[in-house]
Structure formats: structure tokens, C-alpha cells
Design a binder for this molecule. Structure first.
Ligand code: PLP
Length: 439
């Protein structure tokens, strides 16, 4: 193959070790070098285009090369590219922090800048632990849900529960405990899971600093979904037992679940909220930990009392990333994004009905702009995800299943014709698995 794609792939494989990848797979599975992107489409070097149905790993909200965001970043580039955020500040960071405080749940009043999702989780865990310490209590355990995902760094991995990523590193992890996630989206499942949560808090709350969860949708855990009642109960119980509630909205934030933040479905205000991914519209790495006045005040004292939160990252609050985030929020302000998304989500729901009838489909679930199709009857080693992924690419669609779960998490600018194509390709890919099985 003398294609341009192939040339770049070969040069890539000489030097790049790719994320979340068994590199040997690329002996047979081609890499897809992307030359440019616009709107919903990714373009490779051989003239093929692909509908990005997973928002480039859940980050892109308003399409690639979005004009509003591009313009703001370009203007910022000629003004201030970066400056440290200790002892210094800049307008994009200030404006963004004010905006975030005004749109997130009521008790969240302070913004701590970080630069990626996992690091935001680390910072939130450290802050929670440190808060209790500053109050004279040592609480060294973190509680999280089974099947959770909070990132890949050691602390974030510790509170996660996806064996594929976690098991190998078990001896390195920090103290953590898991409580069962509600088994489905029913109210009864939430009620049951809350009983177990209360039992654990009753017994262990003296040692638990915080309970961290992904509200409503567990992303990397196969788009598992549960009812908002669980969030209401979890907020009530964590308050009752003096344990922080950390809402990790890194994936669910910025409209993904149908409302701006998943916590709004339960009308709760957590002690910490972590945000990243969609924060910059999918342009630049940036994340924040939002917290309450009460947490902030527990660190506020004379320097020599040694209670300050001495945590930092080099690119904390990068101005280019902050203006990308401001532009993203401006798009929300100037358009009826959530309403339009609701209509698109209803359309997706109608259209995927057809897939439900396939014999290898166990369940289809949806929450806002996330739709998941769970298949049944396959072992992990069959790696059916790769089959669907490769087939979809030949049809001009980027689908990247999680194990036996095929999901759609498209940028909000997706149009109805793209939705039709995305679902038709998923249907065909899933049906092909059936005929393969019969062979
Ligand atoms: C992606 C994700 C993270 C980790 O963010 P990175 O920027 O990839 O480190 C943490 N929590 C949730 C819920 C996520 O979806």
C-alpha cells in the first residue's frame, strides 16, 4: 500500500506508543491518520471522511474547527499564550471561573484549575482528605461505585473499578472501597443501592473522606446508567455521615445528559465537582475542581499554620484553553443547544428501536446525548468491538465500542442525516456479527 495514510502510519509506528492500545494490534489493524477535520467529519490523507460519533473521546461538543472557538483562540494567541497562575492571574481564567460558578450547582463557589481529567480527580481527592485533616480528623479512605471510572493516574485509578485498567496496578493503589452501583435505571435499583450505601457509611464514615461518583452515567464502565434518585439519596446520606460528595462530571458535564450538569437531574449540590472533556469544546486540555466556600475556608489561615493546598501543575489555567472554554459557554448562551439536543435524542431513540430486534442485542439505554447498545452472547476475547470498529470505518463512520457496548456520543452539531447513517452502520455492523457466528 503506497497510500499517504500508510506512509504516515509507518512513520508513526516507529516512534509513537499509543494510549490504551496493545501496539501489536497495529500489525493488522491500520491506524487512521487524520489530516484535517470540520464539523462532524474527520478527513484522512487518502481522501476518506469519517463521521465522529464519539466526539473524539467525548470531548468535542460543537464540531471540529468550530468558527466561534477558533476565532477566540486565535485572538488570545496574539495576546497572551500562557502565564503561571501562582501569584499571577489573567482575564480568561477570571472570567471563566465566574461563569462556572454562575452555572454550576449553588454551593460551588470556588474554582481550582488543573489541566486534565485525572489530575482534577487527584486534586479533588487530596482536597477532601486535606479538608478533614485541617479539621482535625484523619480519614484516609475513599468510597466509590462498582464499575466506576475516574481516570488513569494512581489516585484516580484507585477509586475506579474497571478491572481491565485497574487490576494490574492493585498493589500500588491508595485506600479505597466500592459500593454497588444501582443495577439499572429503575427507582427500585436506586433504593436498593442506597441501603447498602447507608450500611457502609454507618460503619465506616469515620474513616471515609469522600464518596466519588459519575452522576447518572458511568462512561468507561460501558455507559451504565442509573436513576437520579440515587444522587438525591447519596447527597442526603453523605451529608448525614459527614462524608464529602464528589461529582465527577468530566464526561457528563456540559449538556451531555440532557441538562447542563447531571447533578441538576437530582437538584443536588455536591461538595466537589470535577469538569474537563467538553469544558473546552474538545480543543485543549483543561480541567477544574469546583468546591464550596466551606471547604475553601478550611484551608484559609496564616501560612505557618501549614494548611494551604500546595498542589499545582505547570499548565494550570492556560489562557488559550480558558478562552476555548469561554467560547464554548458562549455557544450555549447564544443558542438553544439543550432543546435541540432533546429533539435529536428523541430522534436517535426512535431510530435505534430497529436495532433492538436483533437477536444479539441485550438492551438499549439512553440518557440525553448518550445512547448505548449492549450486546449479549460474546466473550471479551472475541473482541467484537474491533470488528464493528473496522466495519464502520469502511463505511465512513467512527464507532469505538467499549467491550460489548456500542455507543453514540456525538458532537451536538450532528445533523439528522448523520444520525441516520450512524445508526444504519451500527445496525449493519451488529447484524454482521450474527452471520459471522453462524459461519
Ligand atoms: C475521561 C474521564 C476522566 C479522566 O479524564 P482524562 O482527561 O482522560 O484524564 C475522569 N472521569 C471521568 C468520568 C471520565 O470520563
Amino acid at each position: 500500500m503506497n497510500s499517504e495514510n500508510n506512509r504516515i502510519m509507518q512513520r508513526d509506528l516507529e516512534v509513537i506508543w499509543h494510549p490504551c492500545t496493545q501496539m501489536k494490534d497495529h500489525e493488522t489493524l491500520p491506524l487512521v491518520p487524520i489530516k484535517s477535520a470540520k464539523g462532524i467529519y474527520l478527513y484522512d490523507f487518502d481522501g476518506n471522511k469519517y463521521i465522529d460519533t464519539i466526539s473524539s473521546w467525548w470531548v468535542n461538543l460543537f464540531g471540529h474547527a468550530n468558527e466561534t472557538i477558533n476565532e477566540k483562540i486565535k485572538a488570545q494567541l496574539d495576546t497572551l499564550e500562557h502565564v503561571l497562575l501562582a501569584g499571577f492571574t489573567h482575564e480568561p481564567a477570571v472570567e471563566l471561573a465566574h461563569k462556572l460558578v454562575s452555572i454550576t450547582p449553588i454551593a460551588l463557589k470556588k474554582v481550582f484549575y488543573v489541566d486534565n481529567g485525572s489530575s482534577a480527580v487527584e486534586a479533588a481527592l487530596k482536597m477532601s482528605y486535606h479538608y478533614h485533616l485541617n479539621q482535625g480528623r484523619c480519614k484516609p479512605i475513599f468510597l466509590s461505585l462498582t464499575n466506576a471510572y475516574h481516570g488513569e493516574t494512581i489516585g484516580a485509578l484507585s477509586v475506579g473499578d474497571v478491572a481491565l485498567y485497574k487490576k494490574t496496578y492493585e498493589p500500588l493503589l491508595i485506600s479505597n472501597m466500592q459500593v454497588p452501583v444501582p443495577k439499572d435505571q429503575s427507582k427500585e435499583a436506586s433504593k436498593e443501592a442506597l441501603c447498602t450505601l447507608e450500611n457502609i457509611l454507618k460503619e465506616k464514615s469515620d474513616e471515609i473522606a469522600a464518596f466519588i461518583l459519575e452522576p447518572l452515567i458511568q462512561g468507561a464502565g460501558g455507559m451504565h446508567m442509573y436513576h437520579a434518585d440515587y444522587l438525591i439519596g447519596a447527597r442526603y446520606l453523605t451529608q448525614k455521615y459527614n462524608v464529602h460528595l464528589i461529582a465527577d462530571e468530566i464526561m457528563t458535564g456540559f449538556g451531555r445528559t440532557g441538562l447542563m450538569f447531571a447533578c441538576e437531574h437530582a437538584n443536588i449540590s455536591p461538595d466537589f465537582m470535577t469538569l474537563s472533556k467538553g469544558l473546552t469544546g474538545g480543543y485543549l486540555p483543561l480541567s477544574v475542581v469546583m468546591t464550596t466556600e466551606e471547604v475553601y475556608q478550611a484551608f484559609y489561615c496564616d501560612y505557618n499554620e501549614h494548611k494551604a493546598f500546595l498542589h499545582s501543575h505547570s499548565y494550570t489555567g492556560n489562557p488559550l484553553a480558558c478562552v476555548a472554554a469561554l467560547a464554548t459557554l458562549e455557544i450555549f448562551e447564544n443558542n438553544n443547544i439543550l432543546e435541540e439536543n432533546a429533539a435529536k435524542a428523541r430522534y436517535i431513540k426512535e431510530k435505534v428501536e430497529k436495532i433492538k430486534s436483533l437477536q444479539n442485542v441485550k438492551e438499549i439505554r439512553q440518557q440525553g446525548m448518550v445512547t448505548a447498545i449492549e450486546l449479549k452472547g460474546y466473550e471479551p476475547k472475541e473482541r467484537i468491538g474491533i470488528h464493528i470498529y473496522e466495519y464502520a470505518l469502511t463505511q465512513g463512520v467512527l464507532l469505538r465500542p467499549l467491550g460489548n457496548v456500542i455507543y453514540f456520543m456525538p458532537p451536538y452539531i450532528i445533523e439528522y442525516e448523520h444520525i441516520d447513517k450512524m445508526i444504519a452502520v451500527a445496525y449493519e455492523g451488529i447484524s454482521q456479527l450474527l452471520s459471522k457466528k453462524r459461519e
